[in-house]
Every structure is written in structure tokens, then in C-alpha cells.
Design a protein around this ligand. Structure first.
Ligand code: SF4
Length: 174
């Protein structure tokens, strides 16, 4: 996996002050995408053990609320292969910190019904994530007043409650 950027103090992609990892590779190609350069799976730098250590170190301070993964598309198959073990490591090391993930895929249609039955890491990766912002960016539904989302079709899903109940439960701000 490749990544384009790591933000050390991000306040735009989830609650609190977060570390954000922008992974490379995205097949959605949404019109009006804010991050077109990350569509290539080889954009940026290789994600190595050193990168993992760097992120784990950045997550240590108590003022960091958690890790956000976005892109690009974290839920592309080849990114899941690398992100699942890494997110597991993050959760084990920092159980009190939240993991947010932004995907252009739609939870029910793509993740639940297509990926989980076929792909080895999807369910396991999902189990490490606390909140999933789902759906592609839709220019016609762009709304700059929405928190942590670009367009009104996108949802912030409480993954733990959704997996527990089998119904999509949305994030409620504390
Ligand atoms: S899913 Fe995100 S990164 Fe991919 S094309 Fe759409 S807006 Fe861009």
C-alpha cells in the first residue's frame, strides 16, 4: 500500500484532534473529488513498518483522540490487506482512542453484501473501526455545512452498534 500524507494534528476529519492517514488508490473517480492525485495506487510513499511506528508514536499524546484513515479509498481490496493488521495494532495499543474511516463505498450495497461475503479482510477491518463515513462524494448533493462530510448522501455510521444490531445506526455527537 502507498500513502499520500499523514496529518499529525487534524481537526477536520472526525472529533477532537486526530492523526490522519491518507492512503493511495481509489476507483470511484467521483466528479469534483478534492483529492484526485490519490486515485493512483502508487501515489506518494510506500507504507512500511517505519510508517506504522511513526503513526503509533504520533497517537501517543493524551490530546490525540484517535486515528482517521481516508484517501484515496481505504476499503479497496489491496488497502484492506494492509490496513486490517495495522488498525488491529492501533486498537490493541490504544483501546481508548477511536478509529474513523472514510469510504466512497456504501455500507449495505458494497461492504455488507459484496465485500464481506467475498473478501477476507473486510469484516475483520470493520471490527477495528468505530465510525465509518460512507458513500461517494456527489457534487449535486454538496453541502458545506455538514460535519465531516462533503455531500448529504454520505452518512456517519456507528460501526460497533451497527454490527451488534444488524441495523445501520448513525453516529450521535456526544
Ligand atoms: S471516494 Fe473520495 S478519494 Fe475517491 S474519488 Fe470519491 S471523493 Fe475522491
Amino acid at each position: 500500500m502507498y500513502y499520500g500524507e499523514i496529518k499529525k494534528c487534524d481537526i477536520a476529519n472526525g472529533p477532537g484532534v486526530r492523526v490522519s492517514l491518507f492512503v493511495s488508490g481509489c476507483t470511484h473517480h467521483c466528479k469534483g473529488c478534492f483529492n484526485e492525485e490519490t486515485w493512483s495506487f502508487e501515489y506518494g510513499k510506500p507504507f512500511t513498518e517505519e510508517t506504522e511506528e511513526q503513526i503509533l508514536k504520533l497517537l501517543e499524546p493524551s490530546y490525540i483522540s484517535g486515528l482517521t484513515v481516508l484517501g484515496g479509498e481505504p476499503m479497496e481490496y489491496m488497502n484492506q490487506e494492509v490496513l486490517f493488521p495495522f488498525l488491529k495494532k492501533v486498537k490493541e495499543r490504544f483501546p481508548e482512542k477511536s478509529i474513523w474511516c472514510f469510504t466512497g463505498y456504501v455500507y449495505e450495497k458494497d461492504i455488507l453484501h459484496r465485500m464481506i461475503p467475498k473478501w477476507k479482510y473486510t469484516k475483520k477491518m470493520l471490527e477495528q473501526i468505530d465510525y465509518l463515513v460512507d458513500g461517494p462524494f456527489v457534487m449535486e448533493k454538496k453541502n458545506i455545512s455538514l460535519k465531516f462530510r462533503g455531500s448529504s448522501n454520505q452518512r456517519i455510521i456507528d460501526v460497533k452498534k451497527t454490527l451488534e444490531t444488524g441495523e445501520v445506526v448513525l453516529w450521535e455527537e456526544q
